[in-house]
Write a protein that binds this ligand. Sequence first.
Ligand code: ADP
Ligand code: MG
Length: 692
Amino acid sequence: MDKQIPAIFGEMVFNDAEMKARLPHDTYEALHRTIELGRPIDIGMANVIADAMKDWAVEKGATHFTHWFHPMTGYTAEKHDSFITPQPGGAVMMEFSGKELVKGEPDASSFPSGGLRATFEARGYTAWDPTSYAFVKDNTLCIPTAFCSFRGEVLDKKTPLLRSTDAVSREAVRVLRLFGRQVKRVSSTVGAEQEYFLIDKKHYAKREDLILTGRTLFGAPAPKGQEMEDHYFGSIRPRVKAFMEELDIELWRLGIYAKTEHNEAAPCQHEMAPVFTTVNIATDQNQLTMEVMKRVADRHGLVCLLHEKPFEGINGSGKHNNWSISTDDGENLFEPGDTPSSNAQFLLFLTAIIKGVDEYQDLLRLSVASAGNDRRLGADEAPPAIVSVYVGDELERVIGAIVEGSAYEDSARTFMNIGVTALPRIPKDNTDRNRTSPFAFTGNKFEFRMLGSDFNIGCTNVILNTIMADELAQFAEELEQAADFEKALAELITRELRAHERILFSGNGYSREWQEEAERRGLLNLRTTPEALERYTAQKNLDLFARHGIYTAQEVASRREILLDEYVKTVRIEARTMLDMIRRQIVPAVMKFEGDLAETAVRKENLFLSSDAERGILKALTLLTERLIGETDDLEKTLDSTCGETLAAAYACAKTVLPAMEKARATADDLEKRTGRTYWPFPTYEDILFYV
Ligand code: ADP
Ligand code: MG
């Protein structure tokens, strides 16, 4: 097998090597200029590329092509067209034109636009993004594209990402010039670690909640959870191992650097980590990874759950977004340097991200806001809803010294002054990682850990790139005008670290004390999705996006509307599923058990035997069933409050519907523990989590 991997890697991708081999030299060169410098593509060139791409795809078995894009709904969208073109005499030819490659016009009316587009102007268009490679999946040539309304408003998650990549590149290049560095482009790089659950399809098929909502709405804890800590990195069961092997192969064929597969903390929970790449490709690849996971699981009689909190009482699933920025000649700008001058450059970039995270805590928080992720954040397993930065012990000491204006004493016990000419040698601190921090510096990159497992990583990286671009632009503005660069630089770093020191936190992020401490520091704690999303349109955020051409105010408003609406719909579907399962499954099952108990009691009484045991159980069950029915009716009433304007409806979901659901669930779970196993209408946590 090992020998074949290099041969299969990327075989379904129209990658650089394939383009070099198949395109005329000048077309290949021109395409590279487009990719590297953002030059437009002319139609003649597009025709040549399209033809070569089609020939390649047909060799890989493709019969259709699709513009593959990231609409505002969770996953990716595609509409398949075949390559056939009728010919005289009833024959067909396989054709694909430059026009079809570059631009598509899907009917956009069924995708959410948050009020940006009226249905009478339903047309939207997709535009080829040549910075991400085309690939073949399911006999279809998939062309990564951006999706816009006919008037050019963004309707997807890709367009703003590309804009933010340009913004951070532009401003970083500007800052680097001040350090005498001439680079053409800076890219952000991302490695997205993906957590997921795998369960048996047989169990899944019997749970309406899993099918309709992706999570369990009921379920008393199994006698065993994750307390033995025997699952994390534990040996992988053969069925899962077979899944992982096939997953790796599928991902490799699609050119995805699947690197690490292991078990996670909760039973049935696993993780896949790829090797990082540029953010645009990483985003496409993460979407593909999630899709492939689901398909491969299906072939193994398994179901891949990507919900953030499929089971209560055990860990949920997240996604770690490892993010950095590097120059086109390969210098990672978050790599602490070896010389004072490179350290000064590193400290400036570090200061920029610290300032950015502090000023835009709300944006980072709302980039991970969803009904599912609200259940995970702060639940003892994931960072809380408070955004903070962890830089590691050594860097913290360096920053502390800068802030206090004192001399820094490094581990080697040599004293240094904090001036640019004599900045400390910054030690690499890879070991002592704080796992509870939402945004942790891990040696040469930042790991943002608040993302939910089923998120598109686009939004978070738009925010990271944009805040970075904004702070760098401010710094460049100031430093470009300075008479004495080094002095101005030292002053700027000191001033900004002092102003934003409050965002640094290295203690236990899961603790109650941190919640109190964060409040004292004036940090935001936006516990629910509506609280977070409400801030999307705050003036400072609109200004930020406008300054860098990421979103217009209208586009931000539409995104807020779409996400709030999605939240409301999710909660409403969950509540309705719950009502259905209680009324049509749980209550009838419990009543059947009660009926059998009552019958047994009567029969025993006829024989002059005691029926105290049956009576005791029956009484408890009757009380609980009555309570459950009452709570179900209350839950149904709360749904009335979720029909109005979206923000108010979202708050109603958070404040009334979800608490009513919690109540009903607690009673139903209590009933589960008291009802005969054979009567219970669907598989329990024990059945699902401990399958063989
Ligand atoms: P963990 O201990 O959290 O599993 P690893 O050190 O294994 O972390 O790396 C996690 C991820 O970070 C991997 O996907 C890796 O490719 C990615 N990564 C490493 N360097 C960079 C970088 N410069 N930019 C973005 N991601 C990176
Ligand atoms: Mg990680």
